[in-house]
Ligand binder design. Structure first.
Ligand code: CEZ
Length: 783
């Protein structure tokens, strides 16, 4: 049985076979590490670009996280062989690489640590992984306990492979003075100029401990021998490690600690693993962390994670949802907003939506992000493809490909920020432009962004797509400069209507009228050009071919083109019904709503590389949770509360083991996608990408707070309009808002009209006004 424990602050998986690749992640501002229940790991740090310190033997981009990361026996991981030195019996923890069936197994992701417990042959090993703030190092606190009633001689052999770090130069040795295995390499390069960039790289990977090993090994091949990782030659026949080094041989950090344990005795060891520039850095880190203050530093890290607690707690009839929303969802939102996904040039739309999530966690950070993004806006109103976070940062990879949607997200993030804070003064902040010395107000920046979007339309009134919109890999619809995005056109209509509301508050009725009128015109164009009879098409290619329509064999119906049409108010009631029917029939699955269907099985060179992704993976027709969240948003806007809840709820894996098994993932984060192509490939449908980078987190959090629980800020105060699923009879929510605390009880009543009692008095409408900070409000909502 796998389940939440400790009020949802931890999760327990007690079997490594249910979801073998299920994983948890930890991060600080400089690094992140994702670890699987079986001990595989993907670690990354910033120098200042993302880099790895333990490598795969070959293949694989070094900088970004890979979806559905395939693990194989030599994949990087953090493993511990445990051997009875008298009998020679051995197992490995957490589970790989030996895969000996354990008497007890526990994988316990926590909010700021990850723990494994493995038991076999009367020996128990507990491994706890944590990080500390501001350091790039994985901290392992390992204890080995003799559970039997006689003294035992037990070897603990951490095996941390470093992998193929460089074809130019790699090796390693044990450093006695440091008490560390130190593996070195030269990051490969060919251009002279790269030498000057890379010579500051942390090309060392080390493993150090707070106790001296009896022996060690650094050459992977010598350790493994013919026995293989599941029975390494170096440990067979009760042999001990023979202190070997690695000389242009695949390095691994391996130490042997020989422990003599009385019955029930336990020995603790702390290990540090990570990258370093030189030995002095390792020495300094050891001095800092092994000076008796490690537990304090781990507490500081816990405090850091807790500083990202969200602004509300829910108590609904759905425990799994409560546990997820109260603990893991805000944590994921905080991860995105505080680390910027550990990149130096986040995609603009990601940067803005991650900042949107922070409005509910640390609104000052949202404010700073909005101002920072706007300082890179072009004076035309356009937004760059990525936001540079440091002076040295450059636009790389996908950010060198022109996407046309970026300004759209500005109004969405600013709306969330204003809802939460009512900080209208932000609109008068003066901000520079990316390409001129001019300095103008935030209000002007946003207005220009909207006017820019309005202008970037073709003769049909539809927005150009260039080499992509929200959908990154839809790169060939409009690369010749003519193709248009139906989705973007809808998003523009939606964004300018939102902005019109702000214009009204700013007494700029002229612009408000113009925006609203333009939105009406755009909606007409959408209906004229893109309505296909039962749903809206996704776009029109450079050659004038509409796609995402019934006539298409693959990519017939796209979710985004429906969700945003609903959001911008394009369809009539009759059209809406047809769209819902089509979505339910063609896109809905037990694992969520697919982004489109059927998934493409062959390249369409007038749509682009999205059609080349594996059908049902990523944007090619998966349950792409970010897109599903947009759909949920559109459903809440239309008061389709049950449908919206269903969409959100399906993003959380479990609670039963069958669902966890199919998805392969624990409910400790929402993944970028679950496999779709439900009708094409049912066997793999639902399988998680295991990517925890996704704009979904911010949307899910916002929707739960503002829509489902209905606690949305407005200029006057807190507007209470719950949209709870109809099967709930009652619920409870504690919400921090503008410095006050609201204890809200929801009670289902027979009366259709909403009634809100604040401190035992019924208020006339649903808005709580004149909120006083540092006050607790008792609210009862009869819905
Ligand atoms: O990246 C995300 C982007 O970060 O894809 C989303 C987009 O809106 C986000 O901004 C949808 O396209 O092939 C690609 O280039 C993909 O675009 C991926 O990099 C994609 C991945 O899912 C990464 O997590």
């Amino acid at each position: 049985m796998s389940q939440f424990i400790e009020d949802g602050a931890k999760y327990l998986l007690d079997n490594p076979d249910i979801a073998p690749n299920s994983a948890a992640y930890l991060w600080n501002k400089k690094m992140m590490v994702q670890v699987s229940c079986r001990g595989y790991a993907v670690g990354q740090f910033m120098q200042p670009e993302p880099a790895k310190y333990a490598h795969i033997p070959s293949l694989a981009a070094k900088s970004f996280m890979q979806p559905e990361q395939p693990y194989f026996s030599h994949h990087p991981g953090r493993f511990f062989y445990v051997r009875d030195d008298e009998t020679g019996e051995m197992f490995s923890a957490p589970y790989e690489p030996m895969k000996v069936k354990l008497d007890d197994f526990k994988f316990i992701p926590g909010l700021s640590d990850v723990t494994w417990v493995a038991q076999k042959f009367g020996i128990e090993i507990t491994i706890r992984l944590t990080l500390v703030n501001d350091e790039v190092a994985e901290v392992y606190q390992v204890s080995v306990k003799n559970l039997s009633n006689k003294p035992r001689k037990i070897s603990l052999i951490p095996y941390f492979p470093v992998g193929y770090s460089s074809w130019m130069n790699m090796g390693g040795d044990f450093d006695k003075e440091l008490n560390a295995v130190v593996c070195t390499c030269i990051s490969p390069y060919q251009k002279v100029e790269d030498h000057f960039k890379q010579k500051h790289f942390k090309d060392i990977t080390y493993l150090t401990a707070d106790r001296t090993p009896n022996s060690y090994e650094v050459a992977l091949q010598k350790f493994e021998g013919d026995g293989g990782l599941h029975n390494p030659s170096a440990l067979q026949d009760k042999q001990n490690l023979t202190n070997g080094n690695a000389l242009y041989e695949m390095p691994a950090c391996i130490m042997q600690f020989e422990l003599e344990l009385a019955s029930n005795q336990q020995e603790d060891t702390t290990l540090l693993f990570g990258p370093a520039f030189d030995k002095a850095e390792i020495k300094n880190l050891k001095a800092k962390l092994f000076d008796g203050s490690l537990n304090d530093k781990i507490h500081d890290y816990e405090d850091y994670i807790h500083s990202g607690n969200g602004c509300f707690d829910i108590h609904t009839p759905d425990d799994q949802l409560n546990n997820f929303v109260n603990n893991w969802l805000p944590r994921q939102v905080f991860y995105h907003g505080d680390s910027n996904r550990l990149s130096t040039d986040p995609q603009t739309r990601n940067y803005l939506q991650d900042a949107m999530g922070m409005a509910y966690i640390k609104p000052d950070s949202t404010r700073a992000s909005i101002l920072h993004a706007l300082s890179q806006q072009e004076s035309s109103g356009a937004m760059p493809d990525g936001i540079l976070l440091t002076d040295e940062a450059e636009l790389k990879y996908i950010n060198q490909i022109p996407h046309t949607d970026h300004p759209v997200w500005l109004t969405i993030v600013i709306e969330a920020y204003l809802n939460e804070t009512a900080d209208w003064a932000i609109l008068d902040e003066q901000v520079k432009w990316g390409d001129s010395d001019e300095i103008t107000s935030v209000y002007d920046h946003l207005s220009r962004a909207m006017q820019f979007l309005i202008k970037e339309r073709d003769h049909r009134g539809l927005n150009y797509i260039a080499q992509g919109d929200w959908c990154d890999p839809m790169n060939m619809v409009g690369y010749k400069g003519k193709g248009v995005s139906g989705w973007l056109t809808e998003a523009v209509s939606f964004a300018i209507q939102k902005w019109a509301k702000v214009c009204v508050i700013k007494n700029d009725q002229t612009q408000a009228d113009q925006l609203n009128q333009t939105a009406q015109e755009i909606n007409k164009c959408i209906n004229n050009e893109l309505w296909d009879g039962n749903w809206y098409g996704r776009g029109i290619t450079d050659d004038g071919v509409i796609f995402g329509v019934n006539a298409d064999k693959e990519g017939k119906i796209f979710l985004n083109a429906q969700s945003w049409a609903l959001m911008c108010g394009a369809p009539s009631d009759d059209q809406k019904q047809k769209m819902f029917n089509a979505i339910d029939e063609q896109l809905n699955t037990p694992y969520g709503v697919m982004m489109y269907a059927p998934a493409y099985t062959a390249m369409r060179d007038d749509v682009g590389r999205v059609t080349q992704k594996w059908p049902g993976s990523a944007e090619n027709g998966s349950v792409y949770n970010h897109a599903a969240a947009f759909y949920a948003s559109s459903l809440y806007q239309l008061n389709e509360s049950d449908k919206a809840f269903d969409v959100l709820r399906k993003m959380i894996s479990g609670p039963n083991d069958a669902d966890i098994k199919q998805r392969g993932q624990l409910p400790v984060y929402i993944p970028n996608y679950y496999r779709g192509a439900y009708y094409q490939f049912p066997r793999t449908a639902g399988r998680s990408s295991h990517l925890f980078n996704t704009g979904t987190a911010a949307w899910f959090y916002r929707l739960t707070c503002e829509e489902m629980m209905g606690l949305k800020g407005c200029p006057e105060g807190l507007n209470i309009q719950p949209k709870l699923p109809s099967q709930w009879q009652e619920a409870h929510c504690t919400r921090e808002f503008r410095g006050a605390i609201f204890n809200v009880r929801y009670i289902k009543s027979d009366n259709d009209a909403l009634r809100v009692d604040v401190n035992a008095e019924t208020i006339t409408d649903s808005i709580i006004r004149d909120i006083k900070a540092n006050t607790t409000y008792d609210v009862v909502v009869y819905f």
